[in-house]
Structure formats: C-alpha cells, structure tokens
Design a protein around this ligand. Sequence first.
Ligand code: OSB
Ligand code: MG
Length: 377
Amino acid sequence: MNTGTLRPGIRIESADLRIVSLPLLSPFVISTGTMTAKTFPLLVLKGEGIEGVAEAVMDPQPDYLEETIAGAMDFLRRVLLPQIVGKRFSSPYELEPILAPWRGHRMAKAVVEMAFWDLWAKSLGIPLQAALGGTGDSVDVGVSLGIAPVETTLERVAEAAEQGYKRTKLKIARGHDVKIVEAVRARFPGIKLTVDANTDYGLADSPIMRALDAFDLDYIEQPLAYDDIRDHAKLQSRVRTAICLDESIRSARDARIALELDAARVINIKVGRVGGFMSARAIHDTCAAFDVPVWCGGMLESGVGRAHNIHLATLSNFTKPGDTSSASRYFHRDIINERLEASEGKMPVPKNGPGIGVTLDHAFLSTVTESSEEILP
Ligand code: OSB
Ligand code: MG
C-alpha cells in the first residue's frame, strides 16, 4: 500500500512574463522572410519555491503561422495567466479544461503548458523526459540551412557534415530549388538531405516537386499552403519523395486527417506550434499508430525552448533527426548557464537538475530583456 503523503498539488503563486531578444549570429532566410534576431516571450511560473520556465515560438509578425507576439502577450496577460495564477494543479493534465476551450492561440497555450510541465517535473524531482515518457541520454539532430547563394550553402553543408550532423535540411523557395539541391547532392552524394519550402509552392508547381525526386531526398517539408492538407495529398500522389508536414499540423486530429488522406508520410512536431506537450504527444502517438515517423522541429529557440525540444524528442517515435542543433550556431551567448552543443550529430539531454535540466543565466537575461511584467492572483 502506498503510504506516501498526499500531494495537494502546486499552487501557482505568480507568473513572470518577459519579452527577450537575442541577436542571431547570421540572418536566417526562409521563403517567407528574413530573421536577424530571435525575439520571444519567456514565461516563468512560480510556486512552492520552484520555477517552471518556457519560451513561446510565435514571431513578431504572423509570417510562419497566424499568431504574433503582441497578440499572444495580450491573451497571456489578460486571459490565460489570470486563469491559472493563484490556482492549484496536481498535474499538467488539469490545465486542459482551462486551455482547450479557447480557439487557436496554440503557441500561447503551449508556453503556459510547457512551463507547468517543467514546474511539475521539478516538483517530482525527475527530468522532463521521464515525466513525458521518453528515454535515452541524447537525440539525433541535423541542421536547417537558410536560403543563401550556392557557394555559401555548399560551405555550410560541408561544415555540418564535418561536424557529424545526421541530416541537412535546405530551405527552398520558388526560383531557389532544383539548382541548389542538385549542386548540394552532386558535391555530397551520401548525406541525408531534405528540403523545406515553408509553403512557397502551389499544386501547379508539381513538376518542380517531381524534379526533386531525382535527388534522393528524405522528404519535402511543407511545400503547399499553411492551412492545407488536401492538396498535399494530391501532391503526394504525384511524387515519389515523402511529403513532411509542419505548418499544416496543429493537432492530433490534423495528423489523423493528413495520414488518412496520405497527405504526408513524415510529420514535424514542434511542441510550441501544436499547443504544448499533451498535443505533441497525441500527434506522436497518432503517427505511431499509422507507422509514420516524426521528428522534432525548431523555431531558432534559445536554450530554454531547445531544452524542452530535446526532452520531447526522446519519445520513441521520434526516429528521424530533429532540428535542435548546437545553440552556438545561432547565438553569441545564450540565456541559460549550460551549453547545448551537439557532438557527432547527437544532442545530449540536459540534466543539470530535474525538469528541463537547464538554468537561467539571470545576469545575462536581464541585459536582453525588453520588457517584464508580473502577474499575481
Ligand atoms: O519551418 O522549420 C521551419 C525556423 C523558423 C521558422 C520556421 C522553421 C524554421 C527552421 C529552423 O527550420 C529550425 C531551427 O534551427 O530551429
Ligand atoms: Mg518547417
């Protein structure tokens, strides 16, 4: 018989909500625009003397998906955080009735849910990975290379290959596709190679997609519209290469529909995009039921988001290399004390303490904090 003390749950005493901005070492160019800095909401939930932390993945402008930082900050400070601060929760599952009724805003919901998962795992004294049901001490990772001239791209691919990254993803866009892939494949015949169009194409571009079949790509990521699944099914029937969906998959229902329609044969899971770990796990499990592999995407996160992603990627159906490469590829200095660096394509699971296993570098954080507010009961 379990005679342990009853856990009364964790009372969330306050929330610290900031905007943080880190300059990127080099601009990151994708089909929808160029990023020169990583600006993001950072949330710290405090309770029982413990802190749970997470970062949100929406951009300042609605260029990847619909959410914006300004919209999310309003929803967080006015609606979501007042609904949880001052209340007691025994597990992240108890957040669902609060989060589920609100339409959309998955990235805003995710940051609250993720911070609470960290807080909960810390209260139990276990790594986030264990709370989620993952195993292993490292995850396989590759690099995501922004759009650049052929010579620059070839240099970046060579560097990633030398460092032992397990996969190279090239961003493509109309007018910057077959030629760049052809050049990379010619120089690096053996590497695992993929492309990501970030929605730049239409069904009428099927011949371009079919031309990519010649280069033994592991998959073509999100060629068509961010809100489409059906046309991806048409496209998948016209190409041999697997389609991978990113932007189009927001929920386990989206995943089920996409897999039933054969609109994708691989799915990119970003916990921040899909509303949190409960949703990410439901997508992961749905894909496993369809025997479809998943991998963990990224949004150029700081060490906080990177740590969450790594713990998630230890679940069993994350069988393809993820995008969580070394933080030093993106930033001169990170907001955490630990260095998240991959070696030979393996990113160690951070375990400097329970939960996400990384700690905030408060002194540096304060120098890159643009605004800060406290939400109290
Ligand atoms: O589509 O995966 C994407 C970055 C910003 C917006 C969208 C995407 C990306 C990446 C970068 O590919 C992945 C990373 O290195 O974090
Ligand atoms: Mg993508």
